[in-house]
Each structure stands twice: as C-alpha cells, then as structure tokens.
Design a binder for this molecule. Structure first.
Ligand code: ZN
Length: 503
C-alpha cells in the first residue's frame, strides 16, 4: 500500500495542516481573548499564513505526486481505502486551488479583513452606506472567483462548491421549493393558536450558574473536556486544532436562559463531530467534517431534535431546577418543552425558531443568487431584503442593523454558505429517521440520560469518517437516500402540531 509519493504527499499535507491549525488558534484567540487593538497585527499574521498555505499547496510538485499516485498506486488500491480516498480528496482540492491565483487569495484576505471592520461599524450605526462600497467590491471579487471555474451551469455553483462539495444551485432550488410552500403554511396555522408561555425563561439567571450547568450538561452527553474546552465569545463558534483539541464558545443572556442552552447544544453538536473523527486521520485533510451541511446536521440534531425534545427536558430539568430553584421550582418538563419551542417570527436569523429558520435562509439564498446573477444591485439590497422579510415573515425590520446588516457572512465573502444551514436541517431529520430504525425509540434513551447509544451511532455512521466520503455520498450511505426536504417537513409538522395543539 505504500508508495514514496504518498509519504511525500502526507508530509506536505501535515505541514499544511500545521499552518491551518496555527491560523485556527489565532482566529480562536481573536474571538475570545485578543484585545481590540490587536486586530491589525492579527490580520497580517492570518494573511501571511493564508498566502503560505496556498503557495505550498499549489506547488507543481504536489501535482506531480498526485499524478504518480494516480498512475502507479490508485489502480491497485481499494477505491474505498483511506489512502485512495485521501488522494482523491487532495486531487479535488488541488485542482480547485490551482485555478485561483495567489494574488486573488491575498487580495481577498485583505479585503475581507477591511470589510469585516466596515461591516461592524455599519451595523453598530445601522448605516448600510458604510458597508455598501465594500460589499460591491466583495461581490465583484466573488464573481471573479466563480469565473475561475468556468464552465459552470450557474455562476452560483462554484460558490456553493466552496462549502458544500458536489452541490449544485439547481439541486438547492429543488430542495428549497417544498420548504417555501409548507413552512409558511405551518407558521400561519401556529399563529392562529394561543401563544405558549415562556415568561419563566426571562427571569434573572446568574451567568456563572448558567455556565456551570452547561459544562455539566455537555459532559453528561459526551463532550470530552480532556480534548476540548468552552470559552465565551460574542458569536458562538466551534474550532478544531486537532482531533484532540476541539473548542467551542457560548454566550449568555441574564434575561434569556434559552440563549446559552440552545447555543451550547448547537456548538457541542459541531464539537462532538470533530472529536469523533478517527484519530488516524489527525493532521491530514480527512480529519474534517464532510461538508458544512453535514456539520450543521450534527449541530441542529443536538440543538433541536434532541435538545428541544420533551424527553430531554424530562431528564435535565430536575438538575436545572436545582441550579435555579428561585426561577424554576414550579415549572414542569411539559411547560419547559413548550417554552423552548415557542414560535415567533423575528428579524434575526440566529434567534429564529425551527419553523421560521429556513425562511431566513431562503431569503438570503435568493438574494445571493440575484446579486451574483447581476439581477440585483448592491445598492438595492436593503430594499430587496425588506421586501422578502415582509413576504416570508410578515415583518419589516426597523433598521438595516436588524435587517440586511445582521450577519457577518457577506463581509467575509462567504457567498454560498447560507444554504448549508438548511441542508443541515434536512440531513438532521434524515439521520433521525435512520437512527430510529436502528435504535428503536431514541427518546426513551434520552429520557433516561443514556446518550451513549445515540452518540455511538453518530460516531459509527458519520463522525469517524471525517471527510473520507463526499457529503452526498455519506448521506446516501447512512440513510439510503439522497438529501430530501420531506423528512424534515414531516418532523416539523408533527412536532409543532403537538406543541401548539394543531389538528
Ligand atoms: Zn452551526
């Protein structure tokens, strides 16, 4: 199975993985502990690493090793073996990387650093005009990027491909069509019913006790603190420097207990995926999630399907009640379950409930496609945003900070990223169905606090493989079908009929 080119390739990949890990530490530090004035030096450091990684990866010798392996080794290897899959993955990434000039990579890194600061100011002042010139340059650069990958069926395809390997714009449109029909219909039925009471979630909750409970909760579920840690940041995220060092962050609100609970379960879902990757892949590109969509299926699975279930709160509410007896003494698991599933259309995506969440994504996807196709000018984006908010959620944001400026993604040039959130939702329901076939009633386990079989199932079917399989291939292997919208819609309709007593 061995070949000199494989050893050379792996040594180079491990070198690249060291730069990537160092960059991840720097970004983690930037979001958690770095003082504000550190930002300029940090931007230089990250741009240097980005350039170095791109140069070292795209050197012609890497292409030569790949070609030797493809000609001399691959025909003899098991096509599903780790080394064969590694070579295929690296070939895919190499071919994509060499299409993008290093000058573009460096210029883009510089632009996104500046754009991020402009976006922060614009959002703080609710003034889109401060961000508009940066967004215009970003859209231009991202269009330029797409054209490096000609020919394509749709200019949005190469952008989607950055985050969801193999996914096409036409496929996303087909998957999103039934969501556009059924989710607003479900929302209308819910809004005709009496609202659930979540007032007890909005009493005063002491931060230290919130964080202590979260540590205990995620440890009970299976997060390994010998190989990870939790810190605070403005925007929760998960990062991995190695299979053995996986970190996530949370934020809390003293007057909204659900913030820390749902945020921690979400990021824990990402972190369990990273901790569950087979350690033999550590230091190689296989030691990553299969895609952002598959990653999000893990976070949404734990946050929503498990963390917003009645069984979950039957198990955890007694412990939570001991931490906050002054607030929760008379709250039942049924009342807690309904409160954390309260549906209410709002302006902000990250605060959206399950019923409205995908509508926020549909809006962004449609606007991105329009911007990239040149059907929409950046100057007209705020008005287009507000129009779609009214159409999907019946709301008009009071200002652009709560509208078009709310997300960081576009300032980072992440066009093509948003659809992966909804793909994650869809995949999570398909995994849930497959898990029920294998484990019977997983909620019976959840109610007993027996999370082992659930986590083991995810590790066996999804986590351990890392990026060995392409995302859509992985979904087919585990669930027996392609990514579909119906299982998720069926799950939503059944759950919220129960929460809101729909007929
Ligand atoms: Zn996530």
């Amino acid at each position: 199975m061995t070949h000199p080119a494989l050893d050379q390739l792996k040594a180079r990949l491990q070198e690249l993985q060291s730069y990537a890990g160092a960059a991840a530490v720097l970004r983690w530090d930037q979001e958690t502990y770095m003082p504000p004035r550190g930002v300029e030096a940090r931007a230089r450091q990250l741009a240097t690493l980005a350039r170095l990684m791109h140069q070292r990866f795209t050197e012609p010798v890497v292409g030569e090793w790949l070609q030797q392996l493809e000609e001399e080794a691959l025909p003899q290897w098991d096509p599903d073996g780790d080394d064969a899959r590694l070579v295929r993955l690296v070939r895919y990434e190499y071919d994509r990387a060499v299409k993008v000039p290093t000058e573009w990579v460096t210029a883009f890194a510089r632009l996104t650093t500046e754009a991020r600061e402009a976006w922060k100011d614009a959002r703080a002042l609710a003034d889109f005009s401060r961000f508009q010139p940066y967004l215009e340059r970003l859209v231009a650069m991202v269009r330029e990027y797409a054209h490096f990958f000609e020919p394509f069926d749709h200019i949005y395809d190469p952008l989607l491909e950055r985050f969801e390997r193999g996914m096409k714009t036409a496929q996303v449109e087909a998957l999103f069509a039934p969501l556009r029909e059924r989710q607003p219909a479900l929302l209308r039925r819910i809004l005709e019913r009496p609202q659930v009471d979540d007032a007890f979630l909005h009493r005063y909750y002491d931060p230290e006790r919130q964080l202590a409970f979260v540590h205990r909760m995620v440890a009970d579920i299976g997060f390994d603190f010998a190989r990870g840690r939790i810190d605070l940041s403005t925007h929760p995220f998960t990062t991995s420097f190695s299979v053995h060092d996986v970190r996530f962050t949370v934020r809390y609100k003293t007057d909204d207990l659900s913030e820390v609970l749902t945020g921690a379960l979400h990021e824990m879902g990402h972190a369990l995926y990273e901790q569950g990757i087979d350690p033999k892949f550590d230091g190689l590109p296989l030691a990553e999630g299969a895609s952002l969509g598959v990653h999000e299926s893990q976070s949404r699975f734990w946050e929503n399907i498990i963390g917003r279930s009645l069984a979950f709160w039957k198990h955890f509410l007694p412990a939570l009640r001991q931490v906050f007896p002054e607030n929760l003494a008379d709250v039942t698991p049924e009342a807690f379950y309904k409160a954390v599933n309260r549906v209410q259309p709002g302006f902000i995506r990250v605060e959206a409930d399950e019923v409205t969440y995908n509508l926020h994504i549909l809006l962004r996807f449609e606007l991105e496609v329009a911007l990239l196709s040149d059907d929409l000018k950046v100057a007209d984006l705020p008005a287009a945003w507000n129009e779609k908010m009214q159409a999907y959620l019946g709301l008009t944001p009071p200002n652009d900070a709560q509208g078009v400026l709310q997300d960081i993604h576009w300032s980072q040039g992440y066009f093509g990223y948003f659809p992966t959130y909804t793909l994650g939702n869809l995949i999570s329901a398909q995994l849930w169905n497959a898990m029920q076939t294998d484990l019977g009633d997983p909620y019976a386990l959840v109610e007993k606090g027996d999370f082992g079989p659930i986590l083991d199932w995810l590790r066996e079917k999804v986590h351990r493989h890392g990026a060995k399989f392409e995302p859509q291939e992985l979904v087919r292997r585990v669930t027996g079908s392609d990514i579909q919208a119906e299982p998720y819609l069926d799950y939503l309709e059944a759950k919220y009929s129960q929460v809101y007593g729909l007929n």
